[in-house]
Write a protein that binds this ligand. Structure first.
Ligand SMILES: [Zn+2]
Ligand SMILES: [Zn+2]
Length: 660
């Protein structure tokens, strides 16, 4: 007999070879009906797989979040079947699950011309309809183990040349699994749910794209069909709505409409900040700088440094393909020496730390820099402000003793959470990544650091009052130490990893940095790398999308436009604008000879938070008529009252005195 342990820790004995389906049936009829797959020792498996040894077991129903990947993978198989039923002779290649959905790559040739016949968006509704039909048939998914020879022969007979290549690429020691649904089958690792009917109807085919076989541009071009699939219609509709919102909020589009920045061909991955965008950028920097006051010293290390330094830091060895090399332009120069643009600020900060003898009394020493770094990203990976080649980090390094490590991590955590709160991010996830396989430092050092950080993680969750969720990612740490990663959720539910706190045992030692401890002995300091926004460019991209361009007044690059109804009110308009400026607000005037509604529409499109309208009546009464972005209401109030209200609203959250 074997012992199976259930999620409630109860243990029951079964005959060896029992399947998940048998176990479910032994528990209850309703579970047996609802079961779609099983998790054995945490690994998803087919309901029909025999269990031969003691294990922990969970029966999965369709509602389990882990079943979502199965729904998607099953949908991919059904899509491939639908395509082959509709267009016999189309070759199927690979079809994995991806974030929010799945895809499958196909090779279709036209039956008459025998020429390539890529799929188009018009094909998608037809395929979808066929998929619903296949799902209705509710055929069971069954698994077969084939020999390599059989698989090769069968797929070759079917004209599935790509499949033959895939069979050949599977290592000899791996078994070759075929999953069958009705009379359609595919080479697949699995697992799958028990039948196609389980997929349901909450799926949609999204788009087609060209994709090279094996991602290799010398190989044939295939058509990739993308789909999304969910457990129910509500989830699907939420997702489709989120996509629609994301498109409306796209920071590249808003950046254009708000005249914030642009990119151009000659500067791939580097930003041309326009005046308003740069004002926004500087507001963010000023805010961050105020948050560092009293705790951090701000420094600035060079952009271009000799490769000899990057060799010591190790970057030239393991990060070289991400770096820009720099050398003199004159090829005749005998003295030419290779430099690199800094991809990170850390080595520069260690140089500053090393200047002057440091004692334990100087620690913790917190060094911050709004450092511009350059990383050579592949051109296909770049995406607006979200992924660039040149960016500014709100970077800092804390040099401290091992005993100070926990307190410093907590202090950084407090700062990170408070910053995110000021920008309106309520839901935060903090993940602790622990030792990876390839690493530096002794096991004792890792044991110690992971223990400390594990305790810190607990405290973070406890102190947050439910705002922060935590998680542990085993093996995901940096090679030089464990790290915390901060992920925030934006207004439409997307997650962005921004902040990070990384403990480093390696870099100070490489550069021979030390402090003198209280026994007069040289000690290597622990170095904590930390960033809050991460890349300021990317963080601004996230903010633009999170606020949909509707920045709170304190952050808006242009806060108020004073617009007149008639040229006779221009003098008063000028007076209003001057007073607002004198109160510290960012103001522009619009005295053009245009209809007021035209002016309001234009500034609303540019997402100006407030438009102050002045006509003759306002001039006589010393009032203003205020229209706020996103509101149809107009408010008429006295000028002085309006100024006071704007000044109050434009006070950054860190300068606000809370009145409770
Ligand atoms: Zn598969
Ligand atoms: Zn660093």
């Amino acid at each position: 007999m074997i012992e199976l342990t259930f999620p409630d820790n109860s243990v029951r004995e079964f005959e060896p070879g029992v399947s998940g389906a048998d176990v479910a049936a032994s528990i209850s009829k309703s579970l047996s009906k609802k079961a779609v797959a099983v998790a054995i020792n945490g690994e998803l498996a087919d309901l029909s797989d025999p269990i031969t040894a003691n294990a922990s077991i969970e029966i999965l129903t369709r509602e389990d979040p882990r079943a979502l990947d199965l729904i998607r993978h099953d949908a991919a198989h059904v899509m491939a079947q639908a395509v082959q039923e509709l267009w016999p002779g189309t070759q199927v290649t690979i079809g994995p699950v991806i974030e929010n959905g799945f895809y499958y790559d196909f090779k279709r040739v036209h039956p008459d011309t025998r020429e390539d016949w890529p799929f188009t968006p018009d094909d998608l509704p037809v395929i979808e309809k066929k998929m619903h039909e296949v799902i209705q048939r509710n055929a069971p998914f069954t698994k077969e183990l084939w020999t390599r020879e059989k698989a090769r022969d069968v797929f070759a007979d079917m004209g599935e040349g790509y499949k033959v290549e895939l069979v050949d690429a599977i290592p000899e020691d791996q078994e070759l699994r075929i999953y069958r649904q009705g009379d359609w089958f595919d080479l697949c690792r699995g697992p799958h749910m028990d039948s196609t009917g389980r997929i349901g109807s909450a799926f949609k085919l999204m788009k087609v794209a060209g994709a090279y076989w094996r991602g290799d541009s010398t190989k044939p071009m295939l058509t990739r069909i993308y789909g999304t699939a969910w457990a129910n219609d509500k989830q699907l509709n939420n997702y489709l709505h989120m996509l629609e919102e994301a498109e409306k909020r796209d920071h590249r589009k808003l950046g254009r409409e708000m005249d914030l920045f642009h990119f151009q061909e000659e500067g791939p991955g580097v930003v041309f900040w326009h005046s308003k965008g740069w004002t926004l950028f500087q507001s963010l920097v000023s805010y961050m700088r105020r948050r560092l006051e009293g705790d951090y010293q701000e420094v600035n290390a060079p952009q271009v440094l000799s490769t000899s330094l990057w060799e010591i830091s190790g970057h030239w060895g393991w990060y070289k393909e991400n770096m820009f090399a720099v050398h003199g332009a004159d090829p005749e120069d005998e003295d030419s020496h290779v430099f690199a643009l800094k991809p990170m600020n850390c080595p520069g900060h260690v140089q500053i730390f090393k200047h002057g003898l440091k004692s334990y009394r100087d620690l913790p020493l917190r060094m911050a820099e709004f450092g511009i770094v350059h990383r050579y990203e592949p051109s296909g990976a770049m995406h607006g402000l979200m992924r660039v080649r040149g960016f500014t980090q709100d970077d800092a390094h804390v040099f401290c003793t091992e005993q100070q490590m926990a307190d410093e991590c907590l202090k950084i955590n407090d700062l990170i959470l408070s910053v995110y709160e000021h920008f309106g991010f309520e839901e935060i996830v903090v993940k602790l990544s622990t030792r990876p396989e390839k690493r530096v430092g002794s096991d004792a050092l890792w044991d110690h650091a992971e223990k400390v950080m594990g305790e810190v993680l607990k405290q973070i969750e406890e102190q947050s009052g439910g705002r922060v969720k935590t998680d542990i990612l085993p093996g995901e740490g940096a090679f030089y130490g464990p790290k915390f990663e901060y992920t925030l959720k934006d207004a439409i539910g997307r997650e962005w990893q921004c902040g990070t706190t990384q403990v480093d045992f390696n870099l100070p030692e490489r550069f021979g940095a030390f402090y003198v401890d209280n026994n007069g002995e040289k000690k290597t300091p622990v170095m904590i790398h930390r960033a809050i926004c991460g890349s300021m460019e990317r963080f601004l991209g996230i903010l633009i999308e999170n606020y949909a361009g509707h920045f709170p007044l304190w952050l808006a690059p242009l806060q108020v436009v004073v617009a007149t109804i008639t040229s006779e009110a221009d003098d008063y308009g000028r007076e209003v604008a001057e007073k607002l400026k004198a109160a510290g607000l960012k103001v522009e005037t619009d005295f053009r000879n245009e209809k007021i509604n035209y002016k309001v529409r234009e500034h609303s499109l540019a997402k100006v938070p407030a438009i102050v309208v002045c006509g003759m009546r306002e001039a006589e009464e010393k009032t203003v008529n205020i229209r706020r972005l996103g509101s149809k209401d107009q408010v008429s109030i006295g000028l002085e009252q309006a100024i006071a209200a704007f000044v109050d609203e434009a006070t950054p959250p860190d300068r606000r005195i809370t009145k409770d």
